[in-house]
Ligand binder design. Structure first.
Ligand SMILES: [Zn+2]
Length: 60
């Protein structure tokens, strides 16, 4: 059994999840990372504020 080598930054990214939330205004999918979850985000398409705390993770 071999142990794969990881770069030093690997452990950080392991805890970093990304979420996709559809804009309520224009349905554009906006992606954020878990470390940005508490920040205010705006839609990349229409500029409306998106509250990611109310966003449900959609799994297809
Ligand atoms: Zn939008």
């Amino acid at each position: 059994m071999s142990t794969p080598m990881h770069c030093p930054g690997f452990e950080q990214f392991k805890n970093l999840k990304s979420f996709v939330c559809k804009c309520p205004e224009c349905s554009k999918e906006n992606e954020i990372f878990s470390d940005e979850f508490d920040k205010i985000h705006t839609c990349t398409a229409c500029g409306e504020k998106i509250d990611f705390k109310q966003c449900k993770a959609e799994t297809n």
